[in-house]
Design a protein around this ligand. Structure first.
Ligand SMILES: [Zn+2]
Length: 476
């Protein structure tokens, strides 16, 4: 649905809900990084609304920490990156215009070590820093808006294998677009070369890249009907593996300790999706037969699956095993807090959040859960204090604004509630909805003079922004 909507908007249907990037005179100029970013942001708006988009702060923050470690080690690290997860069993990772890099859960499960995951990400980061996407799009002679839009959607389809995106560009057109969208073989070779450099510079095992390629190759032989999407856009040839092995061989071998957080996040993703009972069985079975990479991570997965299945007593015992093995891990503290709250120990949960936030003061998942629990237990003032402190560091976090709106609602402060909700929408790029909330706020009748004038000032600001965005929509 979301991608269909994007297609409709980009291809010229009139809609005020979406903001089309101003693509300017692409035909004359090089596809600039700013334009590329806006194109990426427009695509991301649809990606975030897609059902497969995985909004788990624990996993997403882990992925971004890993990704940005690679970016920092890349030859050109000026561009900002955003890594995101899609719940999709196909093994894949892909770069969108503007530094947005998508990772399928299937890749997280197939990678056995953090270095293997990092090797795929490093390759995608290299596609971005080497500006392969921009060059690919700029190569198109007919740089009409519609062509670019179709390219963008086709890019998404080719990279993510999203069924929706596939549906948008069915038929012969799809085939034409997809062949145009594959990176050139030179680009692929360059991404491999730069990717190996990035891996080495950031301290990962460079041998992980050929090892992972071979793993994929074996997997595709077994599941021929469901060949990983990554292999479709990145054919693994004996030549490519040999080339990667050669590159790796000249680099001195280092024993890289596997990040325990990687295994925890893998288990977390497994435990979070699908039927909770099946997830419980998966981890129980693995622990019984000692089939696991990390025993601690398996206990973590089992604890989370049991929490979802509402078996709180057993979940607590499993989590204790993890807490003893890896004390002080934020991803573990999140589950303990949810477990305490779910089993009715509100006082225990609140005390737990206070202690955990002392150790991990900026950890989003803990902040969200703590604020939610405070609101649910009629302590909106305390929630607001926490949220305001966090907003100083993350003013663009829409979820913090939404929680602020909930807190004000619990206090019965209508003007402030709708003003905060407006900020939540504005941060997600939904200007129309934000303006609507500000209009409600201005009529709420429970604010003082200063609050009211700040609502009106913000209303003027957002209206001007929306107008500028509408102007950008140079429809073909
Ligand atoms: Zn590639």
């Amino acid at each position: 649905m979301a991608l269909l909507l994007l297609a409709a908007v980009l291809l010229g249907a009139r809609s005020s809900a979406q903001t089309l990037p101003d693509l300017g005179d692409v035909s004359q100029a090089v596809f600039s990084p700013a334009i590329e970013r806006r194109l990426g942001e427009a695509i991301m708006e649809s990606v975030r609304a897609d059902r497969s988009y995985l909004d788990d702060p624990v996993s997403t923050d882990y992925l971004n920490a890993l990704g940005n470690r690679l970016v920092a080690a890349s030859p050109d690290s000026r561009q900002s990156f955003e890594f995101f997860l899609l719940d999709d069993a196909q093994v894949n990772a892909f770069a969108l215009p503007g530094g947005f890099i998508g990772v399928h859960t299937g890749l997280m499960f197939t990678a056995q070590t953090e270095s293997e995951l990092a090797s795929v990400l490093a390759h995608e980061v290299a596609h971005v820093t080497q500006r392969h996407i921009a060059r690919m799009i700029a190569r198109e002679e007919k740089s009409q808006l519609a062509t670019l839009a179709a390219l963008a959607i086709g890019l998404l389809a080719a990279r993510s294998n999203s069924q929706l995106a596939q549906a948008v560009i069915t038929g012969s057109q799809a085939a034409a677009i997809q062949t145009q969208l594959d990176f050139s073989r030179d680009n692929e070779r360059e991404a491999d070369r730069v990717g190996v450099q990035i891996l080495e510079q950031s301290g990962f095992d460079v041998r992980a890249m050929p090892v992972f390629m071979e793993r994929l190759q074996r997997a595709s032989r077994v599941y021929e009907s469901n060949a990983p999407a990554y292999l479709r856009t990145h054919p693994v040839t004996t030549e490519r593996i040999a080339d990667l092995q050669n590159r790796a061989e000249v680099i001195a071998y280092k024993q890289i300790p596997d990040n325990r957080e990687f295994q925890i996040v893998r288990a977390r993703l497994r435990a979070s999706v699908g039927d909770p009972r099946q997830a419980v069985e998966f981890f129980e079975q693995g622990l019984k037969e000692r089939r696991f990479i990390s025993e601690t991570a398996s206990h973590y997965g089992l604890a989370l699956a049991l929490l979802r299945a509402k078996d709180f007593a057993r979940a607590s015992r499993e989590l204790s095993v993890v807490e003893q093995a890896v004390p002080g891990l934020a991803a573990v503290a999140v589950v303990r807090g949810q477990l305490l709250a779910a089993s009715g120990d509100v006082a225990g949960a609140l005390a737990h959040y206070v202690a955990a936030l002392k150790v991990h003061p900026r950890y989003r998942a803990l902040v969200y859960d703590y604020a939610e629990l405070l609101v649910a237990n009629r302590q909106p003032e305390a929630a607001l204090r926490i949220l305001e402190a966090q907003l100083l560091h993350a003013p663009d976090d829409s979820r913090l604004h939404a929680l602020q709106a909930q807190s004000y609602a619990a206090q019965g402060k209508r003007l402030l509630q709708h003003k905060a909700q407006a900020e939540a929408y504005a941060r997600r790029g939904q200007l129309g909805a934000a303006i609507e909330q500000l209009q409600i706020a201005s009529r709420a009748g429970d604010g003082d003079f200063y609050q009211l004038s700040s609502v009106e000032a913000r209303l003027r600001e957002l209206r001007a922004q929306l107008k500028a965005a509408e102007k950008d929509k140079r429809l073909p």
